[in-house]
Design a protein around this ligand. Structure first.
Ligand code: 0GY
Length: 291
């Protein structure tokens, strides 16, 4: 099947904002190449190939030193492209995998040795079929024993139903893209308030303050409507936030961001050097590079 979404930006600009030394792009993907690492039959979209070498070239252009490569739904629970990317990174990347209940302890150990430090549970209905919570809870217990965390991806409208399950997870939990708030609603309103409450009441829950290009209605260059949401999370929970490019921006169909301009979003949401260092360096190193 041909790719059905836009290719990534062919010539991203060098950011105006200089990220601090040791910065981590904590949400990005590698796809394929499809000839070597076929896409999952159950996928809901077909991406363009996006290789580890291309990811590392972008990392260097943007001034980052490390990547966290996150398994996306188009590769299902086949983590071979992810592991290949980790092996090519010479220790400069860690991974977040997707596993099924049938995964063996030996397979988990091999993922750990390759640099995987978490699993991703996806609740976005346009991307995956539902997995029963008991199944996910069983996986969470097994990976918690390895010292891994759980990444959760959901949309804000689904948080009321999922809240108790998320609160019950027995390890560190990282929310993708702030739980995808509807940014046309007030930052002080009940919808985003529920997400802030989840973080405030559970000190094991972190958030990626990522993907203004997915959440924004006002659009680039400043993604002004997303700034108050991300800044609120960064300022309220400075020690539990991560940032990443989301390269190669899977499943975006109308517009493809310039990754350099995305990096320029960081000082808008983390306005001081202290907040920037926590967001880009200290927090991701604490979560991914303690061993
Ligand atoms: C993202 C966002 C998306 C896709 C996936 O796993 C995925 O396929 O996460 C999306 O379509 O919103 O973070 O890459």
């Amino acid at each position: 099947m041909d790719p059905d979404w836009l290719p990534f930006h062919p010539q991203p600009s060098r950011p105006l904002f200089r990220v601090p030394p040791g910065s981590v792009d904590a949400h990005c993907h590698v796809f394929g190449p499809g000839d070597s690492f076929p896409f999952a039959p159950e996928r809901r979209y077909t991406p363009c190939d996006a290789s580890a070498a291309q990811l590392f070239a972008l990392r260097d252009l943007l001034g980052f030193e490390h990547n966290v490569i996150v398994q996306a739904t188009c590769h299902g629970a086949d983590n071979r492209a992810l592991v290949d990317g980790l092996e090519r990174a010479n220790g400069k990347a860690r991974g977040v995998a997707t596993v099924r209940e049938s995964v063996t302890d030996k397979e988990l150990a091999a993922l750990d040795a390759a640099g995987v430090r978490g699993v991703r549970f996806n609740f976005v209905r346009r991307l995956v079929d539902t997995t029963p919570p008991e199944t996910l809870a069983a996986i969470a217990r097994r990976v918690a024993a390895l010292g891994w965390h759980v990444v959760i991806y959901f949309e804000a409208a689904d948080l009321p139903d999922l809240y108790d399950f998320f609160a019950s997870l027995p390890t560190t939990v990282v929310v993708d893209h702030m739980g995808r708030p509807d940014v046309t609603r007030p930052v002080d309103g009940p919808e985003f308030g529920l997400f802030l409450r989840l973080m405030a009441e559970h000190s094991n829950i972190w958030s990626k303050v990522t993907c203004p290009e997915r959440l924004s209605k006002s659009g680039p260059p400043g993604y002004a409507d997303v700034v108050p949401f991300a800044r609120r999370v960064v300022e309220q929970f400075p020690d539990r936030v991560l940032w990443g490019t989301d390269w190669p921006h899977p499943n975006l169909k109308s517009y493809m961001p310039d990754d350099g301009k995305l990096v320029d979003f960081v000082p808008l949401i983390a306005p001081t050097p202290d907040l920037q260092r926590k967001l880009l360096v200290d927090n991701p190193h604490r979560l991914y590079w303690t061993r």
